[in-house]
Design a protein. Sequence first.
Length: 346
Amino acid sequence: MRAARGQSKNKGPQQNGSLVPPLDANANPALDVNLGRFSEEEREAILTVVKRDLEIRCMEKYRLKKIRSGLLQEDSQAPLSLPGSANACTICRGRFIIFLNPRVTCSLCRREVCRRCTKAYNGEMLCRICSHDIFYRAVKCPWFYDSSPDKLCGHASDTIVKSLFKDNLPVLNGLTEEQLHKALSNYLKPDRETYVNGVVITLEVMLRIENEQIRTFTKRYQEVRSTAVNALNKQTREALRKLLQMLCITEEKYKLSVHNSRQVNTATRVLEITQKQVEQLVGHKIQIPDEYTNVEVEEDLESFVASVASGPEEFFANVLLEDLTKAMRNSISHGRNSRAPLSSNY
């Protein structure tokens, strides 16, 4: 009997050939983890794995939060109505049509919806909101923690962190998952990982994304600039054409009203006036081609105006556009020299 008692005392109950301590319904065996014998390097290796677990949990929590927010928003936009009173689907607002879009009543919420907004579930027709709610509850798994006999409401990663830091950081017992992840991120430098809206972004990933965004903006800006330059060239030609025509008409009216034997050729006078104005805009002298200065005088005023305004506006517009392009190139060159690519000097 003594041998039997001693054997029973030393071995204890067996399960799968290994010794296991007796379970106590009032005790939580996960809190008895002792990691004090590990070195600092081993602790950091363990915490790196724990940190990844926290990141995945935070990402899953954010994903479930988005699903829940979408469910609440969709539920608020689809109010309940009396049976048979709705003429359209409460979800998509599509009108009910016999044989084409019939009325279907949800087995859970009793909403009247169309066939496109329903889904069969265990032989019953559920609306889209109820089917999404069932999916949300299945993914969240509240049934697992509610039905667990040992009430394992915590996670192993939380227990490991609290065991490692229970002497130095007793306040970890009251931290949330996000706060615990932030504390580990600060402890495990220089990993420098950042958790933003359910996505883990390292410093290198952040810099790569920002540089890609800058390149996208630069490409878009060049497209907009090219379109703007073409539109500006067209509008400038139109404005110069109108200017030349109005100057020609004004000069001819002046000649008809004043009889002067020493009158200057109208085409020459109009080109001189336009040349001076363009030179003031660009800031340097320009030379008008001879093909525009050698214009024969027409007896018909309309023909004369058309002959003068049929080509010079293109020349003056090109001069103005060339000056603008040069200024833009200088500005871009100055900006390229002053802007350095993003680096990791934080």
